[in-house]
Design a protein around this ligand. Structure first.
Ligand SMILES: [Zn+2]
Length: 160
C-alpha cells in the first residue's frame, strides 16, 4: 500500500521534558524542534509555523495546537502519538538528523570515503549527510534497528 505523500507531514515542538521523544521523532523523519527550557517566544514561532506543541504540562490540555503526554515513558508517548496522528503511516527514516533536525542530503560513497569506516564505504552506495553537523548516516546504522523497533511498537498496539 502506498503512503499518502500528499498529506502534509506533521511537525512538532517538544518541551524540555521530551528530549528523548524529540530524537526518536526525528529518526522517524518528523520535523521536530526541541526547547531546552520553556520558551514562550519559541512556542509562538512554532504555532505560527503550524507545529504541534508536545508537552507534559496539563494546563495545555484544552489547547488545540498542543498534545499533552500523560506518560513519562517513551514507548507510551510514541504509541499515544501514533494513535492520534497515525505516525506509523508517515515514517520517513533517513530524512532528518536525529541531533539537529536538519533535512539530510544524499551524498555519494566516493564523497564520504574518508569519513566512514572502509567496510561501510565499500559495501554501500548511498549515504545521507546532515548539512548542519556533518554527521553521516547510511542504511544499516542503528537507525534501522530503531525504526524496526518502532514499527513493532506501533503494530502491537494497532492489531491488539
Ligand atoms: Zn545534524
Amino acid at each position: 500500500m502506498s503512503k499518502t505523500h500528499s498529506d502534509p507531514q506533521v511537525s512538532f515542538l517538544c518541551d524540555q521534558n521530551l528530549g528523548r521523544l524529540a530524537r526518536w521523532l526525528r529518526i522517524m523523519g518528523f520535523d521536530t524542534e526541541y526547547m531546552h527550557t520553556w520558551d514562550e517566544s519559541m512556542i509562538e514561532r512554532a504555532r505560527a509555523a503550524g507545529r504541534i506543541l508536545l508537552t507534559r504540562r496539563r494546563d495545555f490540555a484544552a489547547d488545540r495546537q498542543s498534545i499533552v503526554l500523560e506518560s513519562d515513558f517513551l514507548k507510551d508517548q510514541l504509541r499515544f502519538l501514533d494513535k492520534h496522528l497515525k505516525l506509523s503511516e508517515k515514517l520517513l527514516p533517513y530524512s532528518r538528523c536525529s541531533i539537529c533536525n536538519a533535512s539530510l542530503k544524499c551524498v555519494k560513497a566516493q564523497d564520504v570515503k574518508n569519513l566512514v569506516p572502509e567496510y561501510v564505504s565499500a559495501t554501500r552506495e548511498t549515504f545521507v549527510r546532515c548539512p548542519h553537523c556533518q554527521r553521516i548516516y547510511w542504511k544499516g546504522t542503528h537507525t534501522d534497528k530503531m525504526v524496526e523497533a518502532m514499527r513493532r511498537l506501533f503494530s502491537t498496539r494497532v492489531r491488539s
